[in-house]
Design a protein around this ligand. Structure first.
Ligand SMILES: [Zn+2]
Length: 516
């Protein structure tokens, strides 16, 4: 079969960010968007601009600064949403408005309280209005897979006539199975008048673990756009995982008659960045990007691999940007070498930031002979603060004595003043956190705490990730150090800083429940 291009529409920053607990700051979204552009995605859905000032601002910044992909914004089928999306996207060279309305009987009746005739009218008006801002308009009938086929055909025919250029068929609730989904796409392709002028798109949720399989069934039946998210992030059980869709198409191009424009060598790096910034750890057995995805341990396999890699390997780790030549820096790396490596890793630092991170790098290189790419990324993320740091950990002392409770003393600097506090705890980290609560006067609830080694070996940097909750809002904090207690303390202080900066911010706004 000749291979046709499948458009990769990334929704990590919109649907993915709607994952419970994945609160990204505006700068973190921009950082991910820049990496998505390097990865070569065709479209970045940057947000749902009307839903909050922060969403609007993130979409606006991405539209202004990220070059390459088309930037899309989500909007319900009403003028206010569409205007907000159009305003947020105004600076983008290539922009798309993605508008949607529910079409299943259950959603129309219970949620929208509208008749099918009213819904059809709203859809057509929304597409026409969006067309006044951009030629590139995508329409999604929300909950398409539980909609009645005759109505789906009718509404899609009407929006094509109104000027929609992409028709997205979302399995909003993750209900459909691959064979059925393929049939829906095939039926629409044959029965919607004018659909040959449009791109048919898939948007599959993973509630039954079918998101990727469904997306590929769509591609087999004529879909030429797949909506997906890095690491499979998304509402509830998530979206189709970008890396799985891309590598399935890459590995089985012949069978699918499809190819993508993705630079697969950037897949691993992108996955790591998204994991780090959202605090969502990638499970070790996750396809493509999990730590074990390319680990061959069984003796028979290893023997086979040594004779011929293809014995047990359908794709190489190098394809996704793993392995190959690993650059290691050390104490003798000069400023130039360090800056070069940072650039290669995708970080653009100001003069001041370069100086701070370089000093920290030297400090780490003193303790740890070999500094890997992962270490550099961790140092930069630790030193370059995405939010203003109201509190800073100045000093930390922990006393662990067998038979007595651990005690911690901390000194926290805020607005030029230092405040010390000490506390006991069940364990050293618990004691440190209690002392930090006393010194800052904030007592957010600790939701989760995790520590991992950034690289292997006993001298590895430790990275602590904590999530705290206050008033139903979750805040993530990270800290890096060669000492895990210090990393833990820094992570907690970081989370409190983010909480304070969000409070100062215009806020997240009320969450909109509708989404495709
Ligand atoms: Zn979705």
């Amino acid at each position: 079969m000749p291979e046709e291009k499948v458009i990769i529409f990334d929704t990590t920053l919109r649907d993915g960010e709607q994952s419970p607990g994945a609160a990204l700051s505006i700068n973190e979204k921009l950082e991910i968007a820049q990496q998505l552009a390097k990865l070569g995605v065709d479209i970045i859905e940057a947000g749902f601009p009307v839903s909050s000032p922060a969403q609007f601002e993130a979409t606006r910044l991405i539209a202004e600064q990220v070059k390459g992909p088309t930037i899309a914004g989500l909007a319900r089928a009403n003028t206010k949403d569409i205007e907000a999306a159009a305003n947020a996207l105004a600076a983008a060279k290539k922009r798309r408005i993605h508008t949607f309305i529910a079409t299943s009987p259950i959603h129309m009746k219970n949620k929208l309280k509208k008749t099918p005739v009213e819904v059809l009218k709203m859809a057509v008006e929304a597409v026409r209005f969006a067309k006044t801002f951009t030629n590139d308009v995508e329409f999604s009938p929300e909950d398409a897979c539980r909609s009645e086929m005759p109505f789906l055909i009718e509404i899609l025919t009407a929006v094509v006539e109104a000027g929609a250029t992409t028709l997205n068929i979302p399995d909003t609730v993750g209900y459909i199975l691959p064979y059925e989904y393929g049939q829906i796409i095939a039926k629409l392709k044959s029965d919607v008048r004018g659909i040959e002028k449009c791109i048919i798109s898939t948007h599959c949720h993973n509630d039954l673990g079918m998101a990727v399989a469904n997306s590929l069934a769509g591609v087999r039946n004529g879909a030429r756009q797949v909506e997906c998210a890095v690491n499979g992030l998304g509402e509830r059980a998530g979206n189709a995982a970008l890396e799985e869709v891309v590598m399935a198409i890459h590995t089985r191009a012949n069978f699918l008659g499809a190819r993508t424009g993705i630079n697969t060598k950037e897949i691993y790096r992108t996955s790591q960045m998204v994991s780090r910034l959202t605090g969502f750890v990638v499970q070790p057995n996750k396809a493509i990007v999990g730590a074990n995805a390319f680990a061959h341990e069984s003796g028979v396999h290893v023997d086979g691999m040594l004779k011929d890699r293809t014995t047990y390997e359908i794709m190489t780790p190098e394809t996704i940007g793993l392995g190959g030549s690993r650059m290691v820096l050390g104490r003798h790396t000069g400023r130039h070498g360090f800056i070069d490596r940072c650039k290669h890793l995708g970080f653009t630092l100001s003069k001041e930031e370069t100086e701070t991170t370089y000093q920290k790098f030297l400090e780490i290189a003193d303790k740890k002979k070999e500094v890997f790419d992962e270490d550099i990324a961790a140092i930069i993320n630790d030193e370059i603060h995405v939010v203003e740091h109201l509190y800073e950990l100045e000093h930390l002392r922990v006393i662990i004595d067998t038979g007595t409770a651990p005690t911690a003393e901390v000194s926290i600097k805020s607005k030029g003043k230092s405040k010390s506090a000490s506390a006991e705890g069940d364990g050293p980290v618990d004691a440190v956190y209690e002392a930090i609560r006393k010194a800052t006067g904030h007592s957010p609830q600790l939701e989760s705490y995790a520590i991992r080694a950034v690289t292997g070996g006993k001298e590895a940097l430790g990275e602590a990730t904590v999530k705290i909750i206050e008033k139903d809002c979750t805040y993530l904090g990270r800290g890096v150090s060669t000492d895990i207690i210090e990393a833990s303390a820094k992570a907690y202080v970081d989370a409190i800083n983010r909480m304070m900066s969000k409070k100062k911010d215009k806020g997240q706004g009320k969450r909109i429940a509708d989404s495709v």
